[in-house]
Design a protein around this ligand. Structure first.
Ligand code: WAQ
Ligand code: MG
Length: 251
C-alpha cells in the first residue's frame, strides 16, 4: 500500500498567514518507510539555505492503487553555459523549438527574475500570449503525488550518468509528471535556493539541464508551465495536484 507524504515549510508563520516559503518536498512511500522519511523531511525544513522554518506542515495520505498512472522519465541532456546570458539564450531556444512564443518566454523569464516573495508553486502561462492562466496568486500550483516507480533503481541510473544530487532527482520526477499533463508543452525552472544556480527547460520529451540560470546567492527562483491555448486549467490543476503518477526510467 502506498502513501503520499508531503512537507511544506515557511518562516514568519504559515504560508497562508504571510509566512515566507522556505522549502517543500513530496514523495510516495510504503508504510514501513513513512516514519524515517517524515523525520528526514522535518530535518530538511529546519536546516535550509534559505533559513530556519518556524512553520512546518506534513501531510500523509493513503493512495488507492487503482488510480496510479505511470509515465516515462524524460531523457536528460546537459548544457554547460559560460554565463547567465548564455544559459538564458539556451533556454529560449529550447522553448521556442517546442512552439512557445518569444513573448511568452520573455514574460516567464521576467516573472521568475522579479519575484519579490518566494512562491511554493508554479505559474501556468499561455504558450502564445504569455498570459498567466492560473488563479493561484502568490501561492502557485504545487505539483504533488509523484515519485519514481522504483526510486533505488532510478537514482542508481541517474547517479551513473553524473546526476547525483537531490535537486536533479526531484526535478526530473516533477518535470516528467508536468510534461505528461494534458496541454503542457514546456516548463522553465530554476531553484530559489541561494546556493543552487542550475536550472532546466523541459520540452519535446527532454529535460535540458542548463548549468547557469541565475546569479549565485540569489533566492529568486520558480517555475512556469507553458500550455497550448484552450487548455482546461481546472483539469490541469486537478492532474498536477491530485493524479498519482509514477515515473518509470525504463520506458
Ligand atoms: N510544484 C510546483 N512548483 C514547485 C514545486 C512543486 N512541487 N516545488 C518547487 N516549485 C517551485 C517553487 O516556486 C519554488 O520556489 C521553485 O519551484 C524552486 O523550487 O540540477 O531545486 O525545489 O538538474 O528550489 C532544478 C535543477 C532545481 C536541478 C530546481 O527547485 C538539476 C529546484 P526548488
Ligand atoms: Mg527551493
Amino acid at each position: 500500500m502506498l502513501y503520499s507524504i508531503r512537507m511544506r515549510a515557511a518562516q514568519g508563520g504559515a504560508h497562508e498567514n504571510g509566512g515566507q516559503h522556505i522549502s517543500g518536498a513530496e514523495c510516495l512511500l510504503t508504510e514501513q518507510n513513512l516514519s524515517d522519511t517524515a523525520g528526514m523531511l522535518i530535518q530538511r525544513a529546519l536546516h535550509h539555505s534559505k533559513g530556519k522554518a518556524d512553520f512546518i506542515r506534513l501531510t500523509i495520505e493513503n493512495i488507492a492503487e487503482e488510480t496510479i498512472q505511470t509515465v516515462p522519465m524524460l531523457k536528460i541532456e546537459s548544457f554547460a553555459a559560460a554565463d547567465l546570458t548564455e544559459g538564458h539564450n539556451d533556454a529560449v531556444q529550447f522553448l521556442q523549438r517546442a512552439g512557445i512564443s518569444r513573448t511568452a518566454i520573455d514574460k516567464a523569464m521576467y516573472f521568475l527574475t522579479q519575484l519579490k516573495e518566494n512562491m511554493r508553486g508554479a505559474v501556468v502561462m499561455d504558450a502564445q500570449s504569455g498570459k498567466r492562466l492560473d488563479d493561484t496568486g502568490s501561492r502557485g500550483i504545487r505539483v504533488t503525488k509523484m515519485d519514481f516507480k522504483n526510486p533505488a533503481r532510478a537514482k542508481e541510473k541517474l547517479n551513473a550518468c553524473g546526476f547525483t544530487n537531490i535537486h536533479v532527482h526531484e526535478a526530473i520526477v516533477l518535470a516528467s509528471k508536468v510534461l505528461s499533463a494534458p496541454g503542457v508543452i514546456g516548463e522553465l525552472c530554476w531553484s530559489d535556493d541561494p546556493d543552487y544556480i542550475i536550472g532546466y527547460v523541459s520540452a519535446n520529451g527532454c529535460y535540458h539541464r542548463i548549468t547557469k540560470m541565475k546569479p549565485l546567492h540569489s533566492n529568486q527562483g520558480g517555475r512556469a508551465f507553458f500550455v497550448k491555448s484552450g487548455t482546461d486549467i481546472n483539469a490541469l490543476r486537478q492532474y498536477l495536484e491530485q493524479q498519482v503518477v509514477l515515473v518509470d526510467e525504463t520506458l
